[in-house]
Design a protein around this ligand. Structure first.
Ligand SMILES: C[S@@+](CC[C@H](N)C(=O)[O-])C[C@H]1O[C@@H](n2cnc3c(N)ncnc32)[C@H](O)[C@@H]1O
Length: 274
């Protein structure tokens, strides 16, 4: 048995930085559906600060080996601290891009990725590598947010672009929104690389906000979205744009009590054909 984890110890905070509420609903689905197997060799692509790799390591137990790949040095370091604090021995991390996976052909039973592989640059090369390292009959399981993410918010965003007659920005915005793919497009891309769809689960969640400022001040928005949104808007109308957008959001809140940033969730499980 491993040691009880004592709240009084300073290092416990390192494993208490809960995965964000953004990643959690995706990870929940993934962890509920990925095929379980004893003594499995698993690869988690884009594990960030340790999710779901640390959870997988614990659920699949010491007989398993979980390899992880990520390109974000600070996150890899953070994950390493948590792995050490939890005294986990069945994990091996590689701080490098999944475009080149340092594992043998046909050596992996299960590849998974929470909010990862489907959004990586160079997805084609990465899927080729996944195909190479996966055993025949092995599974590739991903969770991702397809097209439709933040739909209500983006409708208002486009409304303001139109009101201000920002033609060029409308083009850029539409391209940005459509970079999120439909389930059908994702399945097609994986299918072309030799992965057969075995299971598809669709779910949804939403983040509610009490006013527009709360949306733009939220850590998730500031880390993952705001910079891109700001780049779409020409500097000269920047303040005006966000002022109008905020007032539209607040008008919705006036009527309904809260603004819902809707998030569709997709779990896809593929099999490498043998
Ligand atoms: C949205 S985060 C998801 C992190 C984690 N799986 C979670 O659910 O919290 C995507 C992760 O993929 C990593 N990533 C991006 N491109 C990558 C690549 N080519 N190879 C490996 N990891 C990559 C990023 O550094 C980041 O940690």
């Amino acid at each position: 048995m491993k040691e009880i984890l004592d709240f009084q110890k300073e290092e416990i905070v390192n494993i208490y930085d809960e995965i964000s509420l953004w990643a959690a609903p995706f990870g929940r689905l993934l962890l509920e559906y990925i095929p379980m197997q004893k003594n499995a060799k698993i690869l988690d692509l884009g594990f960030g600060t340790g999710f779901p790799i640390i959870e997988l390591a614990q659920r699949f137990g010491d007989g398993s080996t979980i390899y992880g790949m990520d390109i974000w040095p600070a996150a890899v370091k953070r994950a390493q601290v948590k792995i050490k604090t939890l005294d986990i021995k069945n994990v091996e991390l590689f701080e490098q891009s999944a475009e080149k996976i340092p594992l043998d052909n046909g050596s992996i039973d299960l590849i998974c990725s929470n909010l990862g592989v489907n959004n990586f640059n160079n997805k084609g090369d990465i899927l080729l590598e996944c195909f190479r390292v996966l055993k025949d009959g092995g599974n590739l399981c991903i969770s991702t947010n397809p097209i439709g993410t933040f739909e209500a918010f983006f409708l208002l965003f486009e409304e303001v672009l139109k009101e201000l007659e920002l033609e060029e920005a409308i083009g850029i915005f539409r391209e940005y929104v459509s970079h999120r793919e439909s389930k059908e497009k994702i399945v097609d891309d994986f299918d072309r690389m030799g992965f057969v769809l075995e299971k598809a689960i669709e779910d949804k969640t939403y983040m509610r906000f009490v006013d527009a400022s709360a949306i733009f001040d939220h850590g998730l928005i500031r880390i993952g979205f705001l910079a891109t949104w700001q780049k779409i808007i020409p500097e000269s109308v920047h303040d005006k744009f966000f002022e109008i957008l905020k007032s539209k959001i607040d008008a919705v809140i006036q009527e309904t009590g809260a603004f819902k940033m809707n998030i569709p969730i997709l779990y896809l499980q593929f099999r490498k054909e043998d």
